[in-house]
Structures are given as C-alpha cells and as structure tokens.
Write a protein that binds this ligand. Structure first.
Ligand code: THU
Length: 130
C-alpha cells in the first residue's frame, strides 16, 4: 500500500465525532476507480444510532462513484490496532473479495496487513436471494 491510504485514514480520524466513546476511528478506501474515499465514526446521544468509520467510508465511495474496495486502511488512536467490528466486516465484504487487503494502522503507519478472508472466513453468501 502506498503511504497515502494511511495518511487519508489518519486525517479522517481527526474528523471523528465520538464524544461518547472518545474513541476516534478513521477509515480510507482505495476503490476500483482509483479514488480514495474516507470516513470516520459518527456517534449519537441515542447510542445505537451512531455508526462506525468503515460504513462512513463505504458511503463516501458509493456516492463518489466507486463500486469495489481495492484496499482499506483503518486506524484508531486509542488501541494499538483497531480491527473492524463484526458488522463492519460484513459491510466491507459486500464490496470486497477474499483477497482484498485490510491495513491495520497506528499513528506511525501500517502495522498489520490482513485479507478480507482472514477477517471474515465463511462469509455469508447465497445465490437464492433476488
Ligand atoms: N468503531 C469504528 O468506527 N469501527 C470499528 O470497526 C470498531 C468501532 C467505533 C464505533 C464507536 O464510535 C467507537 O468506535 C467505540 O466503539
């Protein structure tokens, strides 16, 4: 991964709205269109209504015209490394393949590289819907 995805995730994290958890998270996607799309977690006083950084970035990607995730970086400033939560794994998988690389970052850069298949083995898929 080039440095720009890490830098983009870190800059996105600075925009996090997380007054309740005080756990800012940023995510950056390089999409199939070559563009980088970013997002941060955005919380709500009605706690379940908040959402994670990864769906923010996915929303930016879709609305920006991207359709597939080529690679994704995630960063939080509190843990050494933030792995995408279970719900986020399913959301990312919708726009990724098992080989899609997921970069776990700290403030120094990428510390671990995983694949979507590592994060979500035996992902739900079916051809009987729709
Ligand atoms: N969070 C994310 O943004 N992404 C994840 O994958 C894990 C959790 C956010 C949600 C909440 O705003 C805060 O981190 C604490 O859980």
């Amino acid at each position: 991964m080039s440095h720009d995805l890490f830098e983009a995730a870190r800059a996105a994290m600075e925009k996090s709205y997380s007054p309740y958890s005080k756990f800012p998270v940023g995510a950056a996607i390089r999409a199939d269109d070559g563009q980088v799309y970013v997002g941060a977690n955005i919380e709500n006083i009605s706690f379940p209504q908040g959402w994670c950084a990864e769906p923010s970035a996915i929303s930016a990607m879709i609305m920006g015209g991207g359709r597939q995730i080529a690679e994704l970086a995630v960063i939080a400033d509190k843990l050494p490394l933030c792995t995408p939560c279970g719900g986020c794994r399913q959301k990312i998988a919708e726009f990724a393949s098992a080989a899609t690389r997921i970069y776990l970052c700290d403030d120094q850069g990428v510390q671990r590289t995983l694949t979507m298949g590592d994060l979500l083995p035996y992902a739900f898929e079916t051809d009987v819907i729709g």
